[in-house]
Design a protein around this ligand. Structure first.
Ligand code: LLP
Length: 416
């Protein structure tokens, strides 16, 4: 199980050996703070479950694309799951090896495909027949033979939020089992394509093992079928999706997940690829923010903070819950508050109906914000994107500067 990122000693909160309020003083708010120790613990714990089998962990870059974090994982042997040329550029900037990259996504552009082919990535997770032909034609022009897997949509309900469920037949992702077999036959006949694997990713924040089990079993049936027609599959990519605990969910432990997966794959000579994001980085990061105002009205009390939906979109977009705690001491009475940002939308909240004692100037921490926090942030309302800081023991590293006003209008032009 992941340790808590915040450690409290004598009513003060620390990340590793650093007092979090001091990080706020030094770098300002809102800021994302990550613990190197927890990132590595999560990654190495996950990896250690699969020591006895051929595997590659391809960290889902979209969950947290900061190049310092990608570099840390790459140095420890991670590969990467990307969904755009931009993510590939980040992997390269992080000094990671593109040969350990798998490229997923339904809308890969010609430019992105060409970039990925030129960098000899491990495999494209192909999501349509049109994409397969596009890859073949670009590969041929570049005189390359390119590795592919077909992303199968196994029609399994991951029992998660509908916006992050990807393996149901109504979703835009992947190819149903029957059509996938036909596509393998087509791919087999294309001279610039080498069939490497089979892939699926059924959704995110999955807290049960059953959907993983069901989808892997479906893929194995397909692998056997393909073998009977002389198409050999070298790796099985089972995607990411393992959930974390934000409130009272009970996600599977890495060990239970590994037991289930290894049990199904026992006796198979297959390399296994994973694409975890959230499970490695989610609990390794927090968002710190300062209380701007307390606003009490007859019906509702609000804590207005200097972070907003543009910094952490998950509550506004999915109604997601993130625990929020006050890191400063406050003598004011505890009350139920909605914790809201300065953005001009009613959907701009980070927490609802939270019992807290807080006053102006206090520093609050929004927990479990390491995944899909900074990566989904925007400049909406012309707000400056937050800084990111990595804690390593008693050292602090600024791994992303807060935006400046110059960043905000960078590239914009007045009319002549
Ligand atoms: N592989 C593929 C092809 C994916 O699309 C994703 C996530 C992952 C791996 C990693 O999934 P994870 O292990 O992190 O669950 N913004 C949403 C989550 C969207 C996930 C999109 N795909 C959120 O904040 O909950």
């Amino acid at each position: 199980m992941t340790e808590n990122i915040l450690e409290s000693k004598e009513e003060k909160f620390y990340i590793e050996n650093v007092l979090v309020e001091n990080i706020a003083k030094k770098y300002g708010t809102p800021s994302y703070i990550y613990s190197k120790k927890i990132i590595l613990e999560n990654y190495l714990n996950f990896k250690s479950q699969f020591n006895d089998i051929d595997h590659l962990i391809c960290f889902a870059v979209k969950s947290n694309p900061n190049i310092a974090i990608l570099n840390l994982l790459a140095k420890n042997g991670a590969g990467f799951d990307i969904v755009s040329g931009g993510e590939l550029q980040r992997v390269i900037a992080a000094k990671a090896d593109p040969k350990n990259v798998v490229f997923s996504g339904v809308g890969k552009s010609k430019e992105d495909i060409e970039l990925a082919i030129k960098h000899d990535i491990l495999t494209f997770n192909v999501e349509s027949e049109a994409e397969l032909f596009r890859i073949q034609s670009i590969a041929k022009r570049l005189s390359k033979v390119v590795g592919i897997s077909i992303r199968v949509n196994p029609d399994v309900d991951p029992k998660t939020h509908p916006y992050i469920s990807t393996g149901l037949k109504d979703n835009k992702f992947g190819i149903d089992e029957q059509n996938a077999i036909s596509m393998y036959k087509i791919a087999n006949a294309l001279d610039s394509i080498e069939i490497k694997g089979i892939d699926c990713h059924i959704g995110s924040q999955i807290t049960e093992l059953r959907p993983f089990e069901d989808s892997i079993k479906k893929l194995l049936v397909m692998i056997d079928h393909l073998k009977s027609i002389d198409i050999s599959i070298k790796h099985i990519d089972i995607g990411g999706g393992i959930g974390i605990q934000y409130s009272d969910e009970v996600p599977p432990t890495f060990s239970d997940y590994a037991k289930t997966v290894k049990n199904i794959l026992k006796g198979r000579n297959l390399k296994i690829i994973f694409e975890p994001g959230r499970a490695l980085i989610g609990k390794a990061g927090i968002l710190i923010t300062e209380v701007e105002y307390i606003k009490n009205s007859s019906d509702k009390n609000f804590i207005i903070i200097n972070a907003a939906m543009n910094d952490l979109m998950r509550p506004a977009l999915y109604g997601a819950f993130h625990e929020i705690i006050n890191l400063s001491s406050s003598d004011s009475d505890q009350k139920h508050y909605d914790i809201v940002g300065p953005v001009c939308e009613t959907g701009d909240f980070l927490g609802k109906d939270r019992l807290l004692s807080a006053e102006e100037g206090n520093i609050l921490a929004v927990l479990d914000a390491g995944a899909y926090g900074m990566s989904m942030s925007s400049n909406y309302n012309s707000r400056l994107k937050a800084s990111e800081i990595l804690v390593d023991g008693d050292k602090l590293y600024l791994i992303r500067n807060r935006d400046t006003f110059a960043d905000l209008i960078n590239g914009e032009q007045l009319l002549p």
